[in-house]
Design a protein around this ligand. Structure first.
Ligand code: SF4
Ligand code: SF4
Ligand code: SF4
Length: 282
């Protein structure tokens, strides 16, 4: 029976909640450290260390290095651990100034100059993207190499049909209008980027009528490419299915709603990162 630990750095605990929603690991894997649900002072020697959250503070860095030295392999879990994610918002000047001004009084950990993915500090054996990864994906990571068949892109798991003769001329905002069942959300004027996003999540968002915002990151064909490649790929899909001006799509892709997830598309190919071969990405 494998032992595993869950180390939470700067993040939101959504990844941990998703892991707890996967029951199948109980009985097959022994959880020995997870401060959210288990009392344990330190990470013991483990087979697998799941790490969620980004390296935002000096405490994150210390805890990560110490825990990784006791693990046979490290799995980077979720957007924050893989690309910085939500805690990257702390890189903004106004947030840093506020934090630094209050730091002495609150005795909180020191902010590092910028939020970093965990593979800038420790070796990572497997990347598990998603915000959060679904319970099924957690199970696949714990049993890796697993007999887990992820589709190449979210569209293949979505089930909605792309139509050639239903061409919107402008984007609709989030959650606006009535959603037709079975019809691709792009045909209905929504900015869904499931065609560029790696599958494996089973498309819960578009199935429920909410556009995919790309939390699983780039599909294998885009994973080692610059951001211009996935911008072009999304534009091609919209050109085939809509008459929406490309500038409108580009502006929406750069909006805060999408940027939090979409920056990770170019992050995989960033030259300052250690290589992330797609074989290591679940
Ligand atoms: S990846 Fe998403 S769910 Fe996981 S810690 Fe970050 S923000 Fe939370
Ligand atoms: S673009 Fe979105 S709604 Fe359309 S098929 Fe792909 S995932 Fe489904
Ligand atoms: S459908 Fe898109 S946004 Fe939703 S979980 Fe899957 S990858 Fe993430």
């Amino acid at each position: 029976m494998n032992t595993f630990a869950v180390l939470q750095l700067s993040g939101c605990a959504g990844c941990e909640v998703s892991l707890l929603n996967a029951e199948e690991w109980v009985g097959e894997h022994r959880l020995v450290y997870m401060p959210l649900v288990l009392s344990a002072a330190n990470v013991p020697q483990v087979d697998i260390l799941l790490v969620s959250g980004g390296v935002r503070t000096d405490e994150d860095l210390y805890n990560l290095r110490r825990a990784a030295s006791r693990a046979e392999c490290v799995v980077a879990v979720g957007t924050c651990a893989i690309s910085g994610g939500v805690p990257s918002l702390g890189d903004r000047d106004e947030v840093r100034e506020l934090f630094i001004a209050e730091e002495g009084r609150r005795h909180v950990p020191r902010l590092l100059p910028r939020c970093s993915p965990i593979d800038t500090a420790v070796d990572v054996a497997l990347y598990l993207p998603g915000c959060p990864p679904t319970p099924e994906l957690f199970m696949a990571a714990l049993t890796w190499p697993a007999e887990f068949e992820a589709s190449t892109i979210v569209c293949r798991e979505c089930g909605r049909k792309k139509l050639k003769d239903m061409r919107p001329t402008h984007l609709l905002g989030f959650q606006k209008g009535e959603i037709l069942p079975d019809v691709c959300l792009i045909n209905q004027g929504f900015l869904c980027i499931g065609s560029s996003t790696r599958g494996g999540c089973r498309a819960p968002c578009p199935r429920a009528g909410h556009p995919c915002v790309g939390c699983r990151g780039p599909s294998d064909v885009l994973i080692e490419k610059e951001s211009s490649a996935w911008f072009s790929s999304i534009q091609r899909v919209f050109k085939a299915l809509t008459d929406i001006p490309p500038e409108e799509i580009e502006a929406a892709l750069r909006s805060p709603q999408y940027a939090l997830f979409l920056f990770q598309f170019s992050d995989y190919a960033a030259p300052e990162r250690p290589p992330r071969p797609k074989e290591k990405v679940l």
